[in-house]
Ligand binder design. Structure first.
Ligand code: IPM
Ligand code: MN
Length: 365
């Protein structure tokens, strides 16, 4: 199969982890005789430095002309003083909007090998396996009006959703829940917000079409607590943009590190793949970032854009075996770990395991 991928590595650790993810994709393509082509483009702080804007037209054109976009991370302390609309993050929000994907899938599960990495007790997280479906194009991130009025010292943002925006992302969540354990938790703040009341009513309406899926509603504050108390009770969590942003970082605690969480954004013109972690400026450039989030994101690309389910699973298995064999980057290391691996050494370990995995699969060339 053929796939043209725009690579926007971005800022901070973005380029470091993206390099490892692309190495994995190249190996999969080579093994299966697939023609994956890659085009680098600028985004975020790197784009502001080079082109004066966080999302140059060239990047947008390349992204829209490709089959998938792989993004590393966006954000740099250098631009902290800029207003939101000019910051590196504005480039990320603009590319999300342009590509049109509204359903951001963020799987988070307890890796058995990382049970000791979580501050939560092993028996609390064991078996936890959650799929967040985060609405990505609405809510406070995009709602208007938005402003910081420097004269009156007031600022406001708008949380706004239409029924149609809720329905389309809820549909994705229902479909996915149907293929998993058949449970959907819709998270809102319907005790305070009208937007959440519309959200809840829309989800309940849609639930009639999916009798095999059990729906429950939770307030976001309660959900934040239940995620830590009883993470196993969740299957698919559907929620709006900001709640999803917050809860998915929290889920990093269940997985063992934010550095291992992947994401895929589907439903638009071109799918967008990005790890959940940010640009981590504090560790950027040291070669110590965890590439697992990016590598599992590559697996999601294989699954959702290339239709290569077996290969996606091979990558996931490779990550698991590297972790099982004790491979640890700094974020995963504990006092008793003999050796802490660099980003590329962790990439090597996963790569070796992947090669072994792929050998087990029938070769097409
Ligand atoms: C994420 C990030 C982004 C978001 C930032 C960088 C704009 O935190 O993908 O979770 O808030 O969506
Ligand atoms: Mn986030």
């Amino acid at each position: 199969m053929k796939l043209h991928i725009t690579v926007v590595a971005g800022d901070g650790i973005g380029p470091e982890v993206t390099a490892e993810a692309l190495r994995i994709l190249r190996t999969v393509a080579e093994h299966g005789g697939h023609a994956f082509t890659y085009q680098d483009a600028l985004i975020g702080g790197a784009a502001i430095d080079a082109a004066g804007t966080p999302l140059p037209q060239e990047t947008l054109d390349a992204a829209l002309g490709s089959d998938a976009v792989f993004l590393g991370a966006v954000g740099s302390n250098k631009f902290n003083a800029l207003p939101p609309g000019e910051r590196p993050e504005a480039g990320l929000l603009a590319i999300r909007a342009a590509l049109g994907g509204f359903a951001n899938l963020r799987p988070a599960f307890a890796h058995p090998a990382l049970a000791q990495n979580s501050p939560l007790r092993p028996e609390v997280i064991a078996g936890a396996d959650i799929l967040f479906v985060r609405e990505l194009l609405g809510g406070l991130y995009f709602g208007r009006p938005r402003e910081w009025n420097r004269e009156t010292h007031e600022a406001w943002n708008t949380m706004r959703y239409t029924r149609g925006e809720i329905e389309r992302v809820a549909r994705v969540a229902f479909e996915l829940a149907g293929k998993r354990r058949g449970k959907l938790t819709s998270v809102d703040k319907a005790n305070v917000l009208e937007v959440s009341q519309l959200w809840r009513a829309t989800v309940n309406e849609l639930a009639k079409e999916y009798p095999a899926v059990a729906v429950e509603h939770e307030f976001v504050d309660a959900c934040a607590m239940h995620l830590m108390n009883t993470p196993r009770r969740f299957d698919v969590i559907l929620t709006e943009n900001l709640f999803g942003d917050i809860l998915s970082d929290e889920a990093g605690v269940i997985a063992g590190s934010l550095g291992v969480l992947p994401s895929a954004t589907i439903g638009g013109k071109v799918n967008l793949y990005e790890p959940v972690h940010g640009s981590a400026p504090d560790i950027a450039g040291h070669g110590i970032a965890n590439p697992i989030g990016a590598i599992l994101t590559a697996a999601m690309l294989l699954r959702h854009s290339a239709g290569l389910e077996a290969e996606a699973q091979a990558v996931e298995t490779a990550v698991r075996s590297a972790l099982d064999s004790g491979a640890r980057t700094k974020d995963l290391a504990r006092g008793d770990d003999a050796q802490v691996l660099s980003t590329s050494e962790m990439g090597d370990r996963i790569h070796q395991a992947l090669t072994a995995e792929l050998q087990k699969q029938p070769q097409t060339v």
